[in-house]
Write a protein that binds this ligand. Structure first.
Ligand code: PAF
Length: 278
């Protein structure tokens, strides 16, 4: 497996790749969920490259950029074992040569300012910008993203459509621990007690999905679930049911829905979602 630390090294490597290439963008600290993205990418292309870059542009000043977990050596070992052809781990200076304050941005309107975008202003602008830059740098045929970050996936799909990017965007179902908790690098912030409470989030999504399928009205069951979350020690950011295609509020005729939640357990912000058809 090639480890590429600069844009120059990446471009030299890219020129000699024969066949199709899939990209798995990550911020490192890889867990089984990331490695499943690599497995799916292997099925989609002849070669897989994984980027590891903790993108400062998508963190607000009060967020966890400095303490975001980094485990580069272990990540490379796991990726080599999984058969990745290359890892691209550029420096901040390589990615943002004119500095963060001078950087041109990609902004996907509408969807970027609701839900997680409302709580984390500028976050999706940072995500769309880095993903567009990674696409330009790596020039992949396809790219794989986890559905745990469902809003992020939709932002990237819309950005790719809007900019006519010739890259197939592939979503991968969320990888979960045995107790249902969605795998996330930020789960490592949870205390042992919080880790035991955390699966309640997914259990509630399943409860709501069942009730929606049984024909219950959305608002009363969200109110009940919000109370349950608060009683279980969560501080709610949002719990909502949206139309899956554009995350807009569902009309009565909409059948393909998604339940989305973001909530704090202690200082850790957890997100999850569950698709449901009614
Ligand atoms: O989901 C992530 O890890 C990041 O948001 C991404 C897509 C790698 C962009 O920095």
């Amino acid at each position: 497996m090639q480890v590429l630390h600069s844009l120059e090294q990446l471009r030299a490597w890219r020129q000699q790749v024969n066949g199709s290439l899939a990209l798995v963008p990550t911020m490192g600290n890889l867990h089984e969920g990331h490695l499943k993205l690599v497995d799916l990418a292997q099925q989609q292309a002849d070669h897989v490259i994984v980027s590891i870059f903790v993108n400062p542009l998508q963190f607000a000043a009060n967020e966890d950029l400095d303490r975001y977990p980094r485990s580069f050596a272990a990540d490379c070992q796991a990726l080599a074992a999984r058969g990745a052809a290359a890892v691209f781990a550029p420096t901040v200076a390589d990615v943002y040569p004119r500095g963060l304050s001078q950087q041109s941005f990609i902004e996907v309107p509408g969807i970027s300012t609701i839900l997680c975008g409302a709580s984390r202003p500028g976050h999706f602008r940072g995500v769309a910008t880095i993903v567009a830059k990674l696409f330009n740098m790596v020039q992949p045929d396809s790219a794989v993203f986890g559905e745990k970050d469902f809003q992020q996936l939709q932002v990237i799909r819309l950005m790719s459509t809007d900019l006519s990017l010739p890259i197939r965007i592939i979503g991968m179902p969320t990888e979960r621990a045995d107790d249902g908790l969605a795998l996330s690098s930020r789960n490592g912030y949870l205390t042992p007690v919080e880790r035991q409470q955390a699966p309640i989030l997914f259990a509630l999504l399943q409860q709501i999905a069942g009730q929606l399928q049984a024909g219950c009205a959305i608002e009363p069951l969200l109110t009940e679930a919000e109370q349950q979350l608060q009683q279980a020690g969560f501080r709610l950011d949002y719990l909502t049911v949206r139309r899956r295609s554009d995350l807009d509020k569902p009309q009565s005729a909409d059948r393909e829905l998604i339940i989305l939640v973001a909530a704090y357990l202690g200082n850790t912000r957890l997100i999850d979602n569950l698709a449901v058809n009614r």
